[in-house]
Design a protein around this ligand. Structure first.
Ligand SMILES: [Ca+2]
Length: 435
């Protein structure tokens, strides 16, 4: 009897341990967003949140000037992020990627508050990964706005960033690059996320640009070789893009891409990366790139949360297919919860931004000419931001008018903004190469 009791006891303890192991494995596989390679992986992708802690902002002349200069609807960052958070929770996709520029201009308070909101998303079952953008770290323009004045506030350094966002990538990484804030995290048995920090910080001037150090390239190569050996797919994310999204991007906006971007795109594609999620230029755009060795690579750029069309992506990833869906926080049914019409506010802001841009070199238009041209330039930018852009006759008319007035500045690049490179941008199924 005693022996049977003992056996029963062992059996009970054994089955409790087994149940715990099964529960732990189930929890792990759910939290890691999937099961095996044949199952799909659901992702939600945001970029350029530019979260400005509400305590750092009161509206006034200075703040308005700042918004016009930056072209960012920073006053809506907190209310829009609150709408975004509830949207994220309403979808079944459980992995959330945020491709940099989390804060407005690197304010410590904005980072701390934003990280707290990410913590709440994780408590509700989402799994969040971030990477810094060029505005997030050591930013000398970290400022608070009070009516007609502004004053500097504290920013963060690289270590602070990794510490504040330790639960959102840095503390979960299976490898971290020692020369940048790049890391690799395991999403599930068959997929790794490679978060690339491609921002270079000039210590002398506090200026930033998109660039990658050789040490980081070596680390990327090591990680990709390791993944290949284990037959693991690597999904890339970064703030800066590595391919052009319209044919004059590099010549018109030289700092919008990583330096020597084609070499990096060739390198990533040839090393087996086929998907890279990016942000920075504030546009919803997808471009297909084929390396010199004919390896296919898709860069999926997501627009800014604080700029039209206030969009984000939902991704269903299968073994050789990627379904891309695009949503907007400014959709009719969501406007009421913000209390504004973000689209018309943004159009007004972008037109003022373009007036001020056209008054300065290299354009140096007079007041009347800049007032006439600005709405068309703003419209071209907004059309490109929205994606799946179609040629616009008013652009042809304004270019003809400028030519007839003998305006020397080349505005032909406006055509380029309307010529969408393949594939489509907002709702598309991408065929991925089978490795
Ligand atoms: Ca495209």
């Amino acid at each position: 009897m005693k022996k049977i009791g003992k056996r029963l006891q062992i059996l009970c303890v054994g089955s409790i341990i087994c149940s715990c192991l099964v529960a732990a494995a189930l929890f792990y596989s759910c939290r890691k967003g999937g099961k095996s390679s044949s199952d799909h992986l659901g992702l939600i992708v945001f970029s350029d949140i530019h979260y400005l802690a509400p305590g750092l902002m009161t509206k006034g002349k200075t703040f308005n000037r700042y918004q016009v200069a930056s072209g960012r609807l920073a006053e809506l960052s907190a209310p829009l992020w609150s709408v975004a958070s509830s949207q994220i929770l309403s979808y079944k996709e459980n992995i959330v990627l945020i491709c940099g520029d989390l804060s407005n201009n690197g304010e410590r308070q904005s980072h701390v508050e934003f990280a707290q909101s990410l913590r709440e998303l994780e408590r509700s079952g989402k799994w969040v990964f971030v990477v810094p953008g060029n505005n997030d770290i050591q930013n000398s323009r970290a400022e608070a706005y009070r009516g007609d004045t502004l004053f500097p506030v504290s920013t963060v350094n690289k270590n602070d960033f990794a510490f504040i966002y330790s639960e959102f990538g840095y503390g979960e990484a299976i490898s971290r690059d020692s020369s940048s804030l790049s890391y690799v995290a395991r999403i599930n048995r068959d997929n790794w996320l490679m978060a690339l920090d491609l921002t270079y910080y000039d210590p002398a001037t506090s200026q930033t640009k998109g660039a990658v150090k050789q040490e980081t390239v070596d680390w990327i190569a090591q990680q990709l070789d390791k993944a290949k050996k284990q037959k693991i797919r690597v999904i890339g994310m970064s703030h800066y893009g590595v391919v052009e999204h319209f044919d004059k991007q590099k010549s018109m906006f030289p700092t919008s891409l990583v330096e020597d971007h084609r070499s990096l795109a060739n390198f990533l594609a040839d090393k087996g990366v086929h998907i890279l999620f990016t942000g920075h230029f504030h546009a919803m755009d997808i471009t297909r790139f084929s390396s010199l060795n004919r390896n296919e690579f898709f860069e999926i750029e997501t627009g800014a949360m604080i700029a039209s069309p206030f969009g984000f992506r939902r991704i269903e990833l299968e073994e050789t297919k990627m379904h891309v869906f695009t949503e907007s926080l400014a959709d009719e049914k969501r406007i009421n919860s913000v209390g504004y019409d973000p689209d018309s506010l943004y159009r007004k802001l972008m037109t003022s931004t373009c007036v001020s841009l056209l008054r300065r070199p290299p354009y140096s238009f007079n007041e009347l000419l800049s007032e006439l041209t600005a709405p068309v330039v703003a419209e071209a930018m907004i059309a490109h931001y929205k994606g799946d852009e179609k040629p616009n006759p008013s652009v042809e008319a304004i270019i003809r008018m400028l030519k007839s007035l003998n305006v020397k500045t080349d505005m032909e690049y406006l055509h380029s903004l309307y010529l969408d490179l393949p594939p489509k941008d907002n709702r598309v199924i991408l065929e991925l190469p089978a490795d």
